[in-house]
Design a protein around this ligand. Structure first.
Ligand code: 5GP
Length: 352
């Protein structure tokens, strides 16, 4: 067993600043962190305050961080009651002890499971707190991780995907969807779509071969797991854009999805960038300038908040798309950094 296996690493799913926390027992003894930071946990003995240090900082003294229960309680107090049904997960004393002794952190896994169970993946709502992660050393023969882009309609997911593809077509690839509609004259089988019969499509639905599917104009359309495999087998980074509720279909050690959430900026900035609306709208509309109404902006922001509340624990990176050129640069640089990193931190459940 490697020494890392004896340690517990958590990725924070919220920002924490002790200077802004009037309830922290001692500000100097607390650790500030940002969403996405990896923390090495030293003690979970206390139900309210755990002790942890930043990754790579183990030589410095560990400090206090809010426990999962504490953070959940705080978020519950800030939210309308109807939206939040907390389910307390208390570690049995034996397991708390076993963590201190450095045995497998099964309670932390239970916490992660219960949080995942009760958030986006299964529908009810809990605030994102921490997720147990483990180091992953990518080998040159390992496939690239799947990159999943998610965000509300109109926020610019399609445009970001398009720009990534154009910027490096040998490196990035996209899936070819299935459809039951007739092939058009200029289209090619396996390039534009896989054209299949209704019978075949429905059989594939029954056999859970689709990550997502839907109907449009009386025809089926869908993205199959096989189409993701095909892009990955070519040695490319497969770019997939799906509704966050579909991430569960690829949330496995096989795909190791790196999930990027594309978020709208504040409404004031959305209003200001209205002139550039054509870059923010869906790819199929890219030649027409779509003017967003005030209601569109509000819907986009509301939907983004819902997505973040329900599936935020699955997002590895959040990019605010105020200016598409800036968002694209940030996305490209982030994907490069992840690929080149000696070690990546992935959910422990993919390894255990
Ligand atoms: P077309 O038939 O013009 O190629 O596509 C029409 C529409 O089908 C698209 O605008 C899109 O809404 C939908 N569509 C295309 N591919 C997919 C897919 O993979 N999944 C889903 N759910 N819809 C798709």
């Amino acid at each position: 067993m490697s020494s890392n296996k004896k340690k517990l690493f958590l990725r924070a799913l919220f920002d924490y600043d002790p200077d802004e926390d009037p309830a922290v027992p001692c500000k100097d003894a607390a650790v500030a962190f940002k969403r996405g930071d990896v923390l090495q946990v030293v003690s979970m003995e206390d139900d309210t305050w755990w002790q942890a240090c930043h990754l790579g900082d183990s030589s410095t003294r560990a400090g206090l961080i809010p426990s999962q229960q504490l953070h959940e309680r705080r978020v519950a107090l800030q939210r309308p009651k109807a939206l939040f049904k907390p389910r307390r997960v208390k570690p049995p004393a034996g397991l708390r002890r076993s963590f201190r002794l450095g045995r497998k952190s099964s309670w932390a896994r239970e916490v992660a499971r219960s949080r995942r169970w009760s958030t986006g993946v299964h529908g009810s709502i809990r605030p994102p707190t921490y997720i147990e992660v483990m180091p992953y050393h990518k080998d040159s023969k390992d496939r690239h991780r799947l990159v999943v882009l998610v965000g509300p309609n109109g926020v610019g997911v399609n445009e970001l995907k398009r720009r990534l593809l154009i910027s490096d077509p040998d490196h990035y690839g996209v899936t070819v969807p299935h459809t039951t509609r007739e092939k058009r004259r200029q289209e090619n089988e396996g390039v534009d779509y896989h054209f299949v019969s209704i019978h075949m499509f429905e059989e594939d639905i029954l056999n859970h071969r689709f990550i997502e599917y839907g109907r449009y104009n009386g025809h089926y359309y869908g993205t199959s797991l096989d189409s993701v495999h095909r892009v990955m087998a070519e040695g490319k980074v497969c770019l997939l854009d799906v509704h966050p509720s579909k991430i569960k279909h690829v949330y496995t050690s096989e795909f190791k999805p790196y999930v990027v959430f594309v978020k709208p900026p504040r409404i004031e900035e959305l209003r200001l960038t209205r002139r550039r609306a054509k870059f923010l709208c869906d790819e199929e509309d890219k030649n027409s300038v779509r003017i967003f109404s005030e209601e569109d902006f509000e819907d986009m922001i509301d939907l983004a908040e819902t997505m973040e509340r329900q599936c935020g624990h699955l997002f590895d990176k959040v990019i605010v798309n105020g200016d598409i050129a800036v968002a694209f640069r940030e996305l490209k640089a982030d994907l490069k950094k992840v690929e080149e990193a000696e070690v990546q931190w992935i959910p422990a459940e993919w390894i255990c």
